[in-house]
Design a protein around this ligand. Structure first.
Ligand code: NAI
Ligand code: HPV
Length: 524
């Protein structure tokens, strides 16, 4: 039974695909309520409240995927998740509209003083002159961060007759022109804007972006809005600017610490606040929960996810094309690792023919994961394979060749060890399967599957018979057998596929046959 912990409040409607699956148990509890069972969950779903720390990941030893039902993953230690081989996904666009609309609600609240007027009327006052606002029409709006939410805010601002100025160092000119906004420098935005709204992630660069220096560059009477992440506008730095009236008002949906407690900003009449409600609409919550639920289900079914933070993302089309090579590469990694039972320094992969045109990052990671699996105690998969290889001092490289060398496609793997080099070549043949067509310098043709027995020997009459007799005497059935040699009378190999694995004693018996140099069991 697959177990999924849903640690933050999520839409039941959105979780329906998981709740309806009889092979899945969904536990909707806080982490603190399931401390004793943390090692039993395969997946963890969160919003922004649960902090997915390294300590939590260490306790969740069976965890394979963390799904963030929302955008920001700053509550998740993505580096630690990557190290532990845990996939992190989010729901990048399910709450875009809700957050853009909330930003507008905050903007209207700020300039028309709606929350203050509301409190006044509820206190049985009727003080119309105290709540004179300003229009949005004709005002200059500065948007910092022009991604999904920033651009939706811009569309709405234009409908309100505002002039929109945008600062986003990663925005391409083509995209900006398409939307028809004024793209400017941060300084130009700060100098022109009557209202500034931030829509960036919280990063090293954006933390304190609106701090003392940049706040001083804003227009006197500016309004500020943060519906992105606490800390992009420096909360402490705001205080003197509010006290001296330089900043006319601030709207905050997010805080450096959530909840903010008894924060000094809360004492200002012109600071409008909401408790991180940007994504809190029925629609957004259904959207984000549905997106992560479907993605988690897809992932647990062994299919590729489309919104991963720490895996290359693949479309369904691309996945279908690479799937066969992904499996072949994994098997090649496993074979090479078992054959090269010594430290290795480098793994070189050459993709030839049709496979060279595909997105090979995933295929390479699959091969590395296959190679590393028998060598590391921790989980190793496509998420952390490249990182673990680097940590262990194993360099890896990819080369591409249009020529498939007699095959429509092939993957050639060369592993450089301390004392030897091992080469393997595999191909995938549609409707036939994976074949290894070159093994350690010998042309051969076998399926990399099951209990394999590799024997390197001298090319002499009777060798096959000797091996066959010993295996037969010990009730070991040979399913298939392939042979190859470099030249008549020279070195030769046999690759046998057996119905059961050999024990150590039988391997030793085979090794004692004269003219046999190497006997290796390979399990794929
Ligand atoms: N209040 C709430 O409930 C919600 C808050 N959010 C937050 O809103 C923010 C934006 O979300 P999306 O628009 O979906 O993200 P996005 O990734 O589509 O857009 C972010 C934009 O910020 C830009 N950016 C990055 N570094 C920058 C810098 N140093 N200066 C200026 N621009 C920079 C990027 O180029 C990108 O265009 C995120 O922090 C997210 O966590 C999102 C949803 C709900
Ligand atoms: O999606 C985001 O980045 C948000 O900030 C929404 O947070 P929430 O899921 O409402 O806790």
């Amino acid at each position: 039974m697959i177990r999924i912990l849903v640690a933050d409040a999520m839409s039941e409607e959105g979780l329906a695909p998981l709740l309806a699956d009889p092979t899945i148990e969904v536990v909707q509890k806080k982490v603190s309520e399931v401390e004793d069972e943390l090692d039993q969950f395969d997946a963890l779903l969160v919003r922004s409240a649960t902090k997915v720390t390294e300590q939590l990941l260490q306790k969740m030893t069976n965890l394979k995927i963390v799904g963030r039902a929302g955008v920001g993953v700053d509550n998740i230690d993505v580096d630690a998740a990557t190290r532990y081989g845990v996939v992190v996904i989010n729901a990048p666009n399910g709450n875009t509209i809700s957050t853009a609309e909330h930003t507008f609600a905050m903007m209207a609240s700020l300039v028309r003083r709606i929350p203050q007027a509301h409190i006044s009327v509820k206190s049985r006052e009727w003080n119309r002159s105290a709540f004179v606002g300003v229009e949005l029409f004709g005002k200059h709006l500065g948007i910092i961060g022009f991604g999904r939410i920033g651009s939706e805010v811009a569309k709405r601002a234009r409908a309100f007759g505002m002039h929109v100025h945008v600062y986003d160092p990663f925005l391409t000119k083509v995209r900006a022109e398409k939307i028809g906004v004024d793209v400017c420098t941060l300084d130009a935005l700060l100098a022109q804007a009557d209202i500034i709204t931030v829509h960036t992630p919280l990063t090293k660069e954006t933390k304190g972006l609106l701090g003392p220096k940049n706040l001083a560059k804003t227009k006197k009477g500016v309004y500020l809005i943060n519906c992105a992440r606490g800390g992009i506008i420096d909360e402490q730095a705001l205080i003197p600017f509010l006290e001296n009236g330089h900043v006319a008002g601030v709207a905050l949906d997010v805080f450096e610490q959530e909840p903010p407690g008894d924060h000094p900003l809360l004492s200002f009449d012109n600071v409008v606040v909401t408790p991180h409600l940007g994504a809190s609409t029925v629609e957004a919550q259904v959207n984000v929960a549905t997106q992560v639920a479907e993605e988690v289900l897809t992932f647990l079914q062994g299919k590729p996810v489309t919104s991963s933070i720490n895996l290359p993302t693949l479309s369904k089309d691309v996945y279908e094309k690479i799937q066969a090579f992904y499996t072949l590469a994994r098997k090649m990694g496993i074979l090479a690792s078992q054959y090269m039972s010594e430290p290795v320094q480098e793994i070189a992969i050459t993709y030839s023919g049709s496979v060279a045109d595909l997105e090979t990052t995933f295929i390479t990671r699959s091969l590395l994961a296959g190679f590393l699996k028998p060598r590391v105690a921790s989980t190793v998969n496509e998420v952390n394979a490249a990182m673990i290889a680097k940590e262990r001092g194993i360099a890896f490289s990819e080369k591409f060749s249009a020529n498939g060398n007699d095959y429509n496609n092939s993957i050639t793997l060369t592993v450089y060890g301390e004392n030897k080099t091992f080469t393997l070549k595999g191909t995938h043949i549609a409707h036939y399967g994976d074949r290894i067509v070159h093994f350690n310098g010998f042309a051969i043709d076998f399926a990399p599957e099951g209990h394999l027995l590799y024997i390197q020997h001298h090319d002499k009459p009777g060798m096959i018979g000797k091996v066959g007799n010993i295996l037969g005497d010990h009730q070991v059935n040979i399913a298939t057998m392939q042979v190859g040699r470099q030249e008549a009378g020279g070195k030769a190999i046999m690759m046998l596929s057996l119905d059961k694995p050999l024990d150590d004693a039988l391997v030793e018996t085979l090794e004692q046959i004269s003219d046999i140099d190497v006997v290796k069991r390979l399990e794929v």
